[in-house]
Design a protein around this ligand. Structure first.
Ligand code: XUL
Ligand code: CO
Length: 437
């Protein structure tokens, strides 16, 4: 079989002193940290859309990357070659999961029946590849945003015929995800949002989206798909206002439409920052509400206000992300999917390896630092101490709702001005710097 990355040998762990850029310095798959191997902690996944279908185009120019697996005028031949290249890449990198949109793996044909036939052909090949390599599907999803029919949204489209088309597409994408043993299925809003309120009935669109996801839950039960459903929040892009704005608004939406038992969140770092939050805020919000599911790992750029989807390299972010994730039990069905793309000038196949190696090493270092923070309990104890008043008589009475405003007024009149304490932020930031070195 053709080798698509002949210049790259399987990537090995060589330790922090290695000078080989095509090796892991920190990610050592079988090394145990806090009782689990690194591989189990992260469940790293490579995304199909950026890594194999993204060729470096931007609004100012077409792709810059020339790939041997893209070199045919027959779109199905391209799909087959891309699948070969993808599994070669997963295996050489040593990553055990992948993610895809339906349209990434097989191109759309002239009608739905023909498109689905194309998908079936590729899915059969992918199933074989998964069996041969042991690489598994972290989650599948459906592209309901590229085709012109979805220009005004899919399940929030003003036309019920477009809604029906979207439903048919998700039905099939769920079936193939099930067929490939996917551990989950992601709903990212695509064009579910609006450009102007002058042409938009927001209430009706939201009801339609709620109905759509309830239909998906029903169909999931019908086909016996056991994977986890996720919503992936994003505040803007492609639409001006996306309905799945952030974890908080998705949480409210899930509650309103009776979906809380069926969904968790897939938190993407750069979507969080576009929402004016930190990645860590979104993770902590999910953890506090039992919604932490999976992560799309990437980062934005301080000076660019759009979804740059760069590979994660910031140790503060990876450390604190792993601190929150690990303290909350770690991933079960979810994992760390690199929803990230190499820059337009990184045109070689080798660059795809550098990018993923860097991201995996950054998270491995983050995990090691977070493990030390968890073992030492320094931060945990500080927080516990800060809230210790809530374990006192007064705190317990409030938390158990044994008192109301009248009793609290009586307490205040008796005790006078409360004693206040320093939040010690700078001390804690300095302490964190001692861990990250
Ligand atoms: C878009 C995005 C998507 C989802 C899957 O910003 O993150 O690729 O992860 O549809
Ligand atoms: Co994403």
């Amino acid at each position: 079989m053709t080798e698509y990355f002949p210049e790259v040998k399987p990537i090995r762990y060589e330790g922090p002193d290695s000078k080989n850029p095509l090796s892991f310095k920190h990610y050592n798959a079988q090394e145990k940290i806090l009782g689990k191997t690194m591989e189990e902690h992260f469940r790293f996944s490579v995304c199909y859309w950026h890594t194999f279908k993204g060729l470096g185009s931007d609004p100012f120019g077409p792709g810059t990357m020339i790939r041997a697996y893209n070199n045919s005028s027959d779109p199905m031949k391209v799909a087959e070659m891309t699948l070969d290249a993808a599994f070669e890449f997963f295996t050489k990198l040593g990553v055990k999961f992948w993610c895809f949109h339906d349209r990434d793996i097989a191109p759309e044909a002239d009608n739905l029946a023909e498109t689905n036939k194309r998908l079936d052909h590729i899915v059969a090949l992918a199933k074989k590849k998964q069996d041969e390599t042991g690489v598994k599907l972290l989650w599948g999803t459906s592209n309901l945003f590229s085709h012109r029919r979805f220009m005004a949204g899919a399940s929030t489209n003003p036309s019920p015929a477009v809604y029906a088309y979207a439903a048919s597409q998700v039905k099939k994408a769920m079936e193939i995800t099930h067929e490939l043993g996917g551990a989950g299925y992601v709903f990212w809003g695509g064009r579910e949002g609006y450009e102007t309120l002058l042409n938009t009935d927001m209430g009706r669109e939201l009801d339609h989206l709620g109905t759509f996801l309830n239909m998906a839950v029903e169909y999931k039960k019908k086909i016996g798909f056991q994977g986890q459903f996720y919503i992936e929040p994003k505040p803007k892009e492609p639409t001006k206002h996306q309905y799945d704005f952030d974890a908080g608004s998705c949480h409210a939406f899930l509650q309103k439409y009776g979906l809380m038992d069926h969904f968790k969140m897939n938190i993407e770092a750069n979507h969080a920052t576009l929402a004016g939050h930190t990645f860590l805020h979104e993770l902590a919000y999910c953890a506090a509400n039992g919604l932490l599911g999976s992560v799309d790992a990437n980062r934005g750029d301080l000076l660019l206000g759009w979804d740059t989807d760069q590979f994660p390299t910031d140790l503060y972010d990876t450390t604190l992300a792993m601190y929150i994730i690990t303290q909350n039990g770690g991933f079960t069905t979810g994992g760390l999917n690199f929803d990230a793309k190499v820059r337009r000038q990184s045109i070689d196949g080798e660059d795809l390896f550098h990018a993923h190696i860097g991201g995996m090493d950054a998270f491995a270092r983050g995990l090691k630092i977070a493990a030390k923070m968890i073992e030492d309990k320094t931060f945990e104890n500080f927080v516990k101490e800060r809230y210790a008043g809530w374990d006192s008589d007064l705190g317990k009475k409030i938390e158990s709702r044994a008192v109301g405003f009248e009793e609290l007024e009586k307490y205040t009149l008796e005790h006078g001005e409360p004693v206040i304490q320093s939040g010690r932020q700078e001390y804690l930031e300095n302490l964190l710097n001692e861990y990250i070195r």
